[in-house]
Design a protein around this ligand. Structure first.
Ligand code: ACO
Length: 323
C-alpha cells in the first residue's frame, strides 16, 4: 500500500472585496462589532457571472502548476462544496472537461459544509492508499454569497467566496498521517439552509432558502468539539501539546481558532489565519489558508500540520499532515 502526500497547492479569490464599512451601509452593524466578535475585516464576493467551477478551476490550475504536473495526470477529482454549479452534473465532473483531465477519471462532489475539505482529503487519501487513484485534485470551492440573506446581519457579515485546491499524489513516505471525521445530525436547527431541491422549486419562492444560524450556540459547540478533536488527533499519533508545527484551521471565527491553538499548545503565530482578509469561505477556507502559508514560505517541507474544521451537520474533522 502506498501513501499520499500533498505535492502542490493553489487558491483563487474573486476580485471584488466587500469591507466591513460597506456592510455598515447594508445592515445595522459596525466594523468594530465584526472585528471584535469574528476577526473579519473584509471578504471577497464573486462577480454575478462567476460560479463554483470558475473559482475551482482557477485554484486547481495553480495547484497543478505548483505540483509540476499536467491535468492529464489526474485520475480523481473531488470538489467539496455547498454551492455547486448544478444539481447535476457535479462540479467535479465539469472540471474534467474544463481542465482537460482524461475522460474516465473518477469525479464527484462532496457535501460536509465547512468540514468538506477535510472530508475530501480523507477520501482521496483512502483512494490513493488502496490503489484506486494515483493523483487526486482535492478542491474546496464556494460561492457562499449566493446563499446569504444580505439583510441578516447575524450571518451576512461572516462569509466570503473563494476556492482552494491541493494535488495529492501517491508516494513512498507518508504525507497524510491520520484523519479523523465525525458527524452528528441532531442539532440541524442551529445551522442550516432550510430549503433543498427535494422540496421542489415551486416552494422556493417565499421560503427562506438562505443560511440560518444560531451563532452563539454553534460557537459553544464548536469550541468544545474542536478541543476534543485536538485531543483525539494528538492521542492517535502519540503526540503531546506543542509537537505540531502549524495549525491550519477552518476560518470561521478568530476566537474559535485561537481557542484551538491554545488547546494544541501553540502560540497564535503558529496558527495560519486568513479570516481577517477572507472571512469564512466554508469548504474553501482550509486549502486557501494552507496555500497562503505555503506560498509565503511559512510552511516548509517536513513541517507537521494539523488541519481542523467544524461545520453544519454538525460535521467536524481533522487531518495530521507531514507536509
Ligand atoms: N452587528 C452588530 N450586532 C450583531 C451582529 C452584527 N453583524 N450580529 C449579531 N448582532 C447582535 C445580536 O443581535 C445580539 O444582540 P442582542 O444581545 O441585543 O440580542 C448580540 O449582537 C450578540 O449576539 P451573539 O450571537 O451572542 O454574538 P456572538 O458573540 O456569539 O458572535 C458569531 C456571533 C460571530 C456568529 C459567533 O457566535 C460565531 O462565530 N459562531 C460560530 C460560527 C461557526 O463557527 N459556524 C460554523 C461554521 S459555518 C458552516 O458550517 C456553514
Amino acid at each position: 500500500m502506498s501513501h499520499s502526500r500533498i505535492s502542490g497547492t493553489g487558491g483563487y479569490l474573486p476580485e471584488r472585496v466587500v469591507t466591513n464599512a460597506e456592510l455598515e451601509t447594508l445592515v445595522e452593524t459596525s466594523d468594530r462589532w465584526i472585528v471584535e466578535r469574528t476577526g473579519i475585516a473584509q471578504r471577497h464576493v464573486a462577480a454575478p457571472d462567476q460560479i463554483c467551477s470558475d473559482l475551482a478551476e482557477a485554484a486547481a490550475l495553480e495547484a497543478l502548476a505548483n505540483a509540476g504536473i499536467g491535468a492529464d495526470a489526474i485520475d480523481l477529482v473531488l470538489v467539496a462544496t455547498s454551492t455547486p454549479d448544478h444539481v447535476f452534473p457535479s462540479t467535479a465532473c465539469r472540471l474534467i472537461e474544463r481542465l482537460g483531465i482524461a475522460p474516465g477519471a473518477i469525479a464527484f462532489d462532496l457535501g460536509a459544509a465547512c468540514s468538506g475539505f477535510v472530508y475530501g482529503l480523507d477520501v482521496a487519501d483512502r483512494f490513493i492508499r488502496t490503489g484506486g487513484a494515483r493523483r487526486a485534485l482535492v478542491i474546496g470551492a464556494e460561492v457562499f454569497s449566493r446563499i446569504l440573506d444580505w439583510s441578516d446581519r447575524s450571518t451576512c457579515v461572516l462569509f466570503g467566496d473563494g476556492a482552494g485546491a491541493v494535488v495529492l499524489e501517491a508516494g513512498e513516505a507518508p504525507g497524510i498521517l491520520s484523519t479523523h471525521l465525525h458527524a452528528d445530525g441532531r442539532q440541524t436547527p442551529l445551522l442550516n439552509v432550510p430549503w433543498g431541491v427535494a422540496q421542489g422549486y415551486e416552494s422556493l419562492q417565499g421560503s427562506h432558502g438562505k443560511v440560518s444560524m444560531r451563532g452563539n450556540e454553534v460557537f459553544r459547540v464548536a469550541v468544545r468539539t474542536l478541543g476534543a478533536l485536538v485531543d483525539e488527533t494528538l492521542e492517535a499519533n502519540g503526540l503531546a501539546r506543542g509537537d505540531v508545527d502549524w495549525l491550519v484551521p477552518h476560518q470561521a471565527n478568530i476566537r474559535i481558532m485561537t481557542a484551538t491553538a491554545r488547546k494544541l499548545g501553540l502560540s497564535t503565530d503558529r496558527m495560519v489565519s486568513t479570516v481577517a482578509e477572507q472571512g469564512n469561505t466554508s469548504a474553501a477556507s482550509i486549502p486557501l489558508a494552507l496555500h497562503t502559508a505555503v506560498s509565503d514560505g511559512r510552511i516548509q517541507r517536513g513541517d507537521l500540520l494539523l488541519l481542523e474544521a467544524f461545520g453544519a451537520g454538525f460535521t467536524w474533522g481533522s487531518a495530521l499532515i507531514r507536509y
